[in-house]
Design a protein around this ligand. Structure first.
Ligand SMILES: Cc1cc2nc3c(=O)[nH]c(=O)nc-3n(C[C@H](O)[C@H](O)[C@H](O)COP(=O)(O)OP(=O)(O)OC[C@H]3O[C@@H](n4cnc5c(N)ncnc54)[C@H](O)[C@@H]3O)c2cc1C
Length: 700
C-alpha cells in the first residue's frame, strides 16, 4: 500500500543540481558552526533552509543529547522536513559534529525560489516527505503521549497527531523501559502529553498540541482571503490544491484533522492511481502537501462556528475560540458527521471503547477483545475487515436482513470468507455497560436479548451533513444537505442559493458519497469560483501568489487592512524613524495594542517574544541599556500586501563586553489599519550572542 512518501532507506541519494545550489547561494548567506554547536533546538521555528556545504550535522535523540541512530547530514544535503512548508517547528534537535559550513536562506525567500523552480521544489519535497514518513515509522519525535488507553482526552490527542501525520511516541503508564519509567514519574503516573523531554502540555488537548507545533492557529481578526475553504476532507483539500495552482489566496479551516471521513478509512481501494490501495489519511495528506506547495494555508484544529455577510459583499466566518476570516467566496466542504447510536447517553463511552473510525489508532483497542461493528454499509464492512487482523473476533450487527442492498458485493464476499467475522442480521445495540471504559453491550435480536463482552464498539450507521455553521445563508434540502446549481436557480452547477458560496463533496445534496467524487468536485469548483471572483486579490512585491507557506493568505491578500501597500510602507518608515529618534509616544501611536515582536535566538539578551506596548517599551529600554547601534546606510523597504520587509545592516557594540558586532537583519513587519501589529526579526543571533558573551571572569 502507498504511504505519504518514499522509503528513505532505499531512496537513491541524488545531490542538488549545481544550478540549484547556485540559486540557493544567491539568496542565502554562508554561516559556520563549530563542533558541538546546536543548530536547531526542539520547538525552534523552521524559519530557514539550511544547505550543508562542508562538515556534518547530526540529529539528536529526543530524550538525550545522543545521536539518533546513524542519522547525519553531510555536504550536498539539506536540513528539514515537511514542517518547513507549513511554517512549523523542529521535532528534533540538530548539532554540528565537526566544523560545519552551511548556506542559510530565510524560509520565505526559499519558498519563493521553490515556487519559481519546480524541479528544485520536487527534489526538496520528495526528501521532506520521505523524512516525515520515516519519523512516523520510527516514532522519532519529541512529543510523548502517556497512558492514552486510559484517558479519552489523551486518546483524542493521539488520534489528532496520528491523523495529521505528526510523529509521536506513546507510552503505557505501567511501561517498564527507562523512558516510560522516567515519564511516569514526571507525570505522577497520570495520563499526559509531554513535549521536549519535560514540558507538560496543559490542557492536553489537540488545540494546545497544535499550538506548540505552530499549526497556523494564530488567525487574528479580519484575515482576508479570496476563498475560505471550510473542511479538509478530500473535497476541501482538492479545492485547496487547485485554488493555489490558480493563484488564488486560499485558507482551509479544519475542525478535526486533515482527511475528513476518508481519514477514518484505513484502506481505499477504489481511488484511481493507487492499484495497491492507500489509506484515506495518507491520500489526503499528500494533497495537503501539494496544496502547501502552491501556497494554500491550513489552520487545524479550528472550527467555523458562524457565517455572516459583511458590507462590500464579503463573507465573515467566525471561528471557535475567537478570530474572524473575511472571504470573497466560501467553499462549503464540511462533509457529514457520523450518527450516534439511539441510546440515552450515546456519548458516554466515546473514545473510551466507542469509536466512529477504524484506523490504526482505534485498532489498538481491539487486541485481546472481540470487536463489534454496527452498520451495514461499506464503511462498516471495511472496518470489520481491517479489525479482523487484530481482534479475537469481529461481530457485525446489521438491523436489516441482508447486506446486498447497502454494501458493495466484493466486500460482502470478503466478509463471508473471513472466519474471524460473524454477521448478525436483525440485531441492534440497546445498552452500553462499563466503568471508565466500555466493557459490555446489550444486543437484541427479535425477542432475544444477550450481553456481548467487548472493549471496542465501532458505530458506522451513516451520517448527517455539517451545515449548522452556515447560519441559514443557503438553501438546504429536507435532510439538511446543501442544494446547488439548477435546484436553486444558481448560474453555476456547484454554486448555492447564495452567490459566492459554493458546496462540494458529501455535504452537497445529490453528490455521490465517495472519495473520488468529493475530490473531483473540489477540483472543478475552483474554476467556478475563479469565474465568480473575476480578478484574484493582487499581491505586491517579489513573492507572487504562488509562494508556498503558511503566510501566503496574508501575503496574497490585504490581510484585513484597508490601507494601500504604500501607506503600509510609510507606517513602517515612521515606526523606524520614531525608534531612531527615541520618540516613545510616536512609537506607541504607531503600534497596535497587542503588538508582538519576535526576536530569535537563545543567548542574545533581546531574544524572545515581546507583547503589547509594555513589551515594546521593555525591549527598547533593554536595547539602549545594553548596546550601542549604528546603521551605515538606510534600510530597504519591500512591500508584500499587508507586510513590509525591512532589510538592513547594523554595526554595534555590546556595552557589557565592549565587543563589537555586525548584523545583517531582516524585519518582517505586519501592518493593519496604519498600526504595526507584528514584527518578526531575522538576525544573526550567533554573531550577536558571541559579542555579548562575558569572559570567564565575568569582565569584558
Ligand atoms: C470509514 C469510512 C470508510 C470509507 N471508505 C471509502 C472508500 O473506500 N472509498 C470511497 O470512495 N469512499 C469511502 N468513504 C466515503 C468518503 O470518505 C467520503 O465520501 C469523503 O470523505 C467525503 O469527502 P468530503 O471532503 O466531502 O467530506 P469529509 O470527508 O466528511 O470531510 C469534511 C471535513 O470537514 C470538517 N468540518 C466539518 N464541519 C466543520 C466546521 N464547521 N469547521 C471546520 N471544519 C469542519 C470535518 O472535520 C471533516 O474533516 C468512507 C467513509 C468512511 C467513514
Amino acid at each position: 500500500m502507498e504511504g505519504i512518501g518514499a522509503d528513505l532507506e532505499v531512496m537513491k541519494r541524488v545531490p542538488l543540481a549545481a544550478g540549484h545550489i547556485d540559486a540557493i547561494r544567491a539568496i542565502g548567506r554562508e554561516r559556520s558552526y563549530g563542533a558541538g554547536d546546536i543548530i536547531a533546538r526542539i520547538g525552534d521555528p523552521m524559519d530557514r533552509f539550511l544547505y550543508v556545504v562542508e562538515g556534518e550535522i547530526e540529529v539528536l535523540e529526543p530524550h538525550s543529547e545522543k545521536r539518533m541512530g546513524d542519522v547525519t547530514l553531510g555536504p550536498g544535503q539539506f536540513v528539514g522536513e515537511l514542517s518547513f512548508l507549513s511554517g512549523g517547528n523542529y521535532f528534533l534537535a540538530m548539532r554540528a559534529v565537526s566544523r560545519t559550513v552551511t548556506i542559510e536562506v530565510a524560509r520565505e525567500a526559499m519558498l519563493d525560489l521553490m515556487a519559481r523552480v519546480p524541479e528544485l521544489s520536487d527534489h526538496i519535497i520528495t526528501v521532506f516527505a520521505a523524512r516525515r514518513q520515516q519519523l512516523i515509522e520510527r516514532r522519532s519525535s519529541s512529543i510523548e503521549v502517556i497512558g492514552s488507553d486510559l484517558d479519552p482526552d489523551i486518546q483524542k490527542v493521539a488520534a489528532f497527531l496520528s491523523r495529521n501525520h505528526i510523529p509521536f511516541q506513546s507510552f503505557d503508564l505501567d511501561g517498564s523501559d527507562e523512558e516510560a519509567m522516567r515519564l511516569c514519574k514526571l507525570v505522577d503516573h497520570k495520563p499526559a502529553v509531554i513535549f521536549d523531554h519535560d514540558h507538560k502540555i496543559e490542557p492536553a488537548t489537540p488545540r494546545e498540541v497544535a499550538r506548540e507545533l505552530k499549526m497556523n492557529l494564530d488567525i487574528g481578526d479580519d484575515l482576508r482571503t479570496d476563498i475560505l475553504i471550510v473542511g479538509a476532507g478530500p473535497a476541501g483539500v482538492a479545492a485547496a490544491v487547485h485554488a493555489g495552482a490558480e493563484g488564488l489566496s486560499a485558507l482551509v479551516v479544519e475542525d478535526t484533522a486533515i482527511g475528513g471521513q476518508a481519514g477514518a478509512s484505513s484502506r481505499i481501494e477504489n481511488y484511481m492511481g493507487f492499484p495497491t490501495g492507500i489509506s484515506g489519511a495518507d491520500l489526503v495528506f499528500r494533497g495537503q502537501i501539494q496544496a502547501l506547495r502552491f501556497g494554500t494555508c491550513f489552520a487545524t484544529p479550528r472550527r467555523v462556528e458562524r457565517l455572516s455577510l459583511e458590507r462590500g459583499g464579503l463573507f465573515c466566518a467566525s471561528l471557535d475560540g475567537g478570530g474572524r476570516v473575511l472571504a470573497r467566496s466560501i467553499l462549503v466542504a464540511t462533509g457529514v458527521q457520523y450518527r450516534r447510536l439511539p441510546l440515552e447517553r450515546p456519548e458516554q463511552f466515546e473514545n473510551a471503547g466507542v469509536f466512529y473510525a477504524a484506523t490504526e489508532t482505534e485498532a489498538r483497542f481491539c487486541r485481546n477483545t472481540d470487536a463489534v461493528v454496527v452498520g451495514g454499509g461499506n464503511s462498516a464492512g471495511q472496518a470489520a475487515m481491517y479489525l479482523s487482523r487484530v481482534a479475537h473476533l469481529v461481530h457485525i450487527l446489521v438491523r436489516g436482513d441482508k447486506l446486498s442492498d447497502t454494501m458493495s458485493s466484493y466486500l460482502v464476499q470478503r466478509l463471508e470468507a473471513q472466519p474471524k467475522i460473524e454477521i448478525h442480521f436483525g440485531t441492534e445495540v440497546t445498552a452500553l455497560h462499563g466503568g471508565d471504559h466500555l466493557e459490555q453491550i446489550t444486543v437484541r435480536s427479535g425477542d432475544a436479548v444477550r450481553i456481548l463482552s467487548t472493549r471496542a464498539l465501532f458505530v458506522m450507521i451513516g451520517a448527517s451533513p455539517n451545515t449548522g455553521w452556515l447560519s441559514e445563508l443557503v438553501e438546504l434540502d429536507s435532510c439538511g444537505f446543501v442544494k446547488t446549481g439548477t435546484a436553486v436557480g444558481a448560474h453555476r452547477p456547484l454554486e448555492t442559493s447564495r452567490q459566492g458560496i459554493f458546496a462540494v463533496g458529501d455535504v452537497r445534496a445529490g453528490s455521490v458519497k465517495r472519495v473520488a467524487s468529493a475530490a473531483g468536485e473540489g477540483s472543478v469548483v475552483v474554476s467556478e469560483i475563479y469565474e465568480f471572483l473575476g480578478e484574484p486579490m493582487t499581491s505586491v512585491g517579489p513573492t507572487s501568489s504562488h509562494v508556498v507557506g503558511s503566510d501566503a493568505v496574508r501575503r496574497n491578500s490585504s490581510g484585513g487592512n484597508s490601507m494601500s501597500t504604500e501607506e503600509n510602507v510609510q507606517t513602517v518608515k515612521d515606526f523606524f524613524a520614531a525608534m531612531g529618534s527615541g520618540d516613545k509616544q510616536g512609537l506607541l501611536a504607531l503600534s497596535a495594542e497587542d503588538i508582538e515582536w519576535i526576536i530569535p535566538g537563545e543567548d542574545w539578551p533581546l531574544a524572545g517574544t515581546h507583547r503589547g506596548h509594555s513589551g515594546l517599551a521593555d525591549v527598547l529600554r533593554k536595547a539602549s541599556a545594553t548596546m550601542e547601534l549604528s546603521s551605515p546606510e538606510p534600510p530597504d523597504f519591500v512591500a508584500q500586501g499587508d507586510r513590509v520587509l525591512v532589510v538592513g545592516f547594523a554595526r554595534g557594540r555590546i556595552k557589557a563586553t565592549n565587543r563589537t558586532f555586525e548584523d545583517h537583519w531582516v524585519f518582517a513587519i505586519t501592518v493593519r489599519n496604519s498600526k504595526v501589529t507584528n514584527i518578526r526579526e531575522y538576525i544573526d543571533t550567533q554573531a550577536l550572542a558571541r559579542a555579548s558573551q562575558m569572559d570567564a571572569s565575568g569582565l569584558a
